[in-house]
Design a protein around this ligand. Structure first.
Ligand code: FA5
Length: 363
């Protein structure tokens, strides 16, 4: 054995001894940081084992295979030991968590208590304004029968909204039986208009109701998400006319966005209203001048509106000769986009704390 060879061999044994001592220490308290430090010390680019491989260059060609082999044996030993330490470190982390004092949720909040989601902030503000205008806030089922979501709203069997492309249908459960349910299949409601039916069957006019909630559609792009939020508002009484509808929408939008907010209604079709209209509000970020968000029109469509169709009254057994009513429904997320200047609707649902944390804290 040459001098170089024996020097390298001695170094291999010394490093093996060092690893034994240091790994035994880490084994006692294998935190992920300690395991990583050990790995870098021995296997990192400038680590001791890598240094040994470098020193092989000083040995003769004949001596290299034997020394190379003993370095590799050491390397494999270090690698497999580190693997077992990594597994031990996972258990160590769990033990530390379990040993930590339990979280006492009854303690008073210190530091930043976090912030509310912009959709929650928007929904609360909408509810507050509607209450101020004399409306009662209702809650309704997100999973509903076709009767409430479609039929009673005059959306007939062949209407495109009932297409599988738009609606999430719920497969029947094994115990549901072969009999078709007279209320139809179960669906994830596609709009909050189902509340019109539930409310009119439960209570009789005069009604002044608002119903916010989640709705679901097979829909996904920068301005459409499969789950989104709507708010439905409707009034049923004697003598209600289109002027009331226009007045309520315009007053409401001014209350939310300020007295300069302009609103417009464009004729449109929804099977459950006649006449029907699309509600546009002036684009907030550009002040109506035109921008990318409003596609240079200065207007943003936020919902639909109209006078409740006589067929809807018939479905809930109300006499349309006596009662009339208006209804409108709009996207809460679109309103939040305007109010909080959110450029992409999907940002609202990605759950990024750094993004959502910038909103006001309201407890
Ligand atoms: C309706 O859902 C009607 N129920 C509204 C209505 C109520 C009309 C009462 C008449 C009387 P529409 O499909 O246009 O209408 O949806 C209303 C609003 O929901 C849209 O203007 C938009 O602001 C929002 N919206 C619709 N689809 C999505 C989606 N995939 N993601 C986010 N917002 C959406």
């Amino acid at each position: 054995m040459s001098q170089d060879q024996s020097a390298v061999q001695l170094e291999v044994e010394k490093i093996a001894e060092q690893f034994k001592t240091q790994s035994q220490w880490v084994q006692k308290s294998p935190s992920p940081e300690a395991v990583e430090e050990l790995r870098l010390h021995f296997l990192g680019r400038k680590g001791l084992v890598s240094g040994l491989l470098e020193s092989l260059k000083t040995c003769s060609r004949e001596e290299r295979p034997l020394l190379g082999k003993s370095i590799n044996v050491l390397k494999q030993h270090v690698e497999s030991y580190l693997e077992s330490l990594k597994i031990a470190s996972l258990q160590w982390v769990t033990q530390q968590k379990l040993a930590a004092p339990p979280l006492d949720i009854s303690l008073p909040v210190t530091g930043s208590p976090g912030s509310l989601h912009p959709v929650t902030l928007m929904r609360r503000e909408l509810n507050r304004e509607f209450r101020r205008m004399g409306f009662t806030v209702y809650d309704g089922p997100e999973l509903d029968f076709e009767f409430y979501n479609f039929n009673a709203l005059n959306i007939l069997e062949n209407h495109p909204a009932r297409d599988m492309q738009d609606t999430f249908y719920i497969a029947p459960l094994p115990g549901d039986g072969p009999q078709p349910n007279p209320l139809g299949r179960l669906v994830l409601r596609t709009h909050t208009s189902n509340l019109q039916i539930h409310a009119m069957l439960a209570d009789r006019p005069p009604l002044r109701i608002v119903a916010p909630g989640r709705v679901f559609r097979v829909d996904s792009d920068p301005t459409h998400t499969p789950m989104f939020h709507q708010i439905e508002a409707f009034v049923v009484d004697r003598g209600i006319h289109f002027g009331h509808l226009k007045g309520v929408i315009s007053t409401f939008m001014k209350a939310i966005f300020g007295s300069n907010m302009k609103t417009r209604l464009r004729p449109s079709y929804f099977p459950f209203v006649e006449p029907g209209a699309e509600i546009d509000i002036q684009c907030v970020p550009c002040g109506g001048k035109g921008c990318r968000l409003c596609k240079d029109t200065g207007w943003i469509e936020i919902g639909g509106a109209g006078m409740i169709h006589p067929n809807v009254f018939e479905a809930v057994e109300l006499d349309s000769e006596i009662y009339t009513g208006f209804a409108f429904g709009f996207g809460i997320d679109r309103m939040a986009m305007m109010k909080y200047k959110v450029p992409d609707l999907r940002q609202l649902f990605e759950g990024s704390v750094s993004y959502l944390g910038q909103y006001p804290v309201v407890l």
